[in-house]
Design a protein around this ligand. Structure first.
Ligand code: AMP
Length: 207
């Protein structure tokens, strides 16, 4: 079974994914894959870094190429959890050619909460876990890695990413509604509440 998560930046896709990994999903975050490509100085590193530093979408062909590579490393029987893709209607269509998507979850959260979360977000440079300055600082309490703020969480880039989401999410939503696999979950309160809603859908199916 394969699922996609989409929602505003900072709506909690990463935190929800960490919980779903425990439910035997293999997590694929396109944001993480792109940051890794930059870190490893891969063939697309330069172009990707420019996009990340400027809050722009990376070209579909690059994202899909990197995703295909990652998929080739994963067993065919895995339950996949895609986080950060699709971001455009074209990506929805291209993704469908690679794997069958069974459920699409949109994490819904008011904009003021998204902005507040961004001010406090920290990501571990080692295990990639997302946390908040309100909970811990400097070092990851799970693996001891360094906790760092994300470059694209500054307010100008965040506003741009929010605008991009608002423009692109409608066709994505319509695409999955037309396939009968779209579900909205509340991501404004806590990750456990979002998780419960996702689990309920997975238990009862697309009805
Ligand atoms: P994320 O970690 O999902 O918030 O992604 C961080 C950044 O990576 C985004 O702001 C985009 O610049 C880029 N990115 C991630 N996923 C995609 C995608 N599917 N298509 C285009 N750009 C992406």
């Amino acid at each position: 079974m394969n699922i996609v998560l989409f929602g505003y930046p900072n709506s909690g896709k990463g935190s929800l994914s960490q919980k779903l990994i425990d439910c035997s999903f293999v997590h694929i975050s396109t944001g993480d894959l792109l940051r890794k490509e930059v870190k490893n100085n891969g063939k697309y590193a330069h172009m990707i870094k420019y996009c990340l530093d400027n809050g722009k979408f990376v070209d579909d062909s690059i994202v899909l190429d990197i995703l295909k590579n990652q998929l080739s490393l994963i067993s065919n029987n895995s339950n996949l959890l895609l986080d950060g893709i699709p971001r455009t209607l074209n990506q929805c269509e291209e993704l469908e050619k690679l794997i069958k998507i069974d459920y699409a979850f949109e994490l819904v959260c008011p904009k003021n909460i998204i902005i507040d979360r961004a001010k406090n977000r920290l990501v571990c440079d080692k295990c990639k876990r997302t946390t908040s300055k309100l909970i811990e600082k400097d070092f990851c309490s799970v693996c001891g890695g360094n906790l760092l703020a994300r470059v694209d969480d500054n307010i100008d880039l965040l506003n741009k990413r929010i605008d991009d989401y608002e423009i692109n999410s409608k066709p994505i939503r319509n695409y999955y509604v037309s396939k009968g696999i779209y579900h909205q979950v509340d991501a404004s309160i806590s990750v456990n509440i979002t998780l419960q809603q996702v689990k309920r859908v997975l238990k009862y199916g697309n009805n």
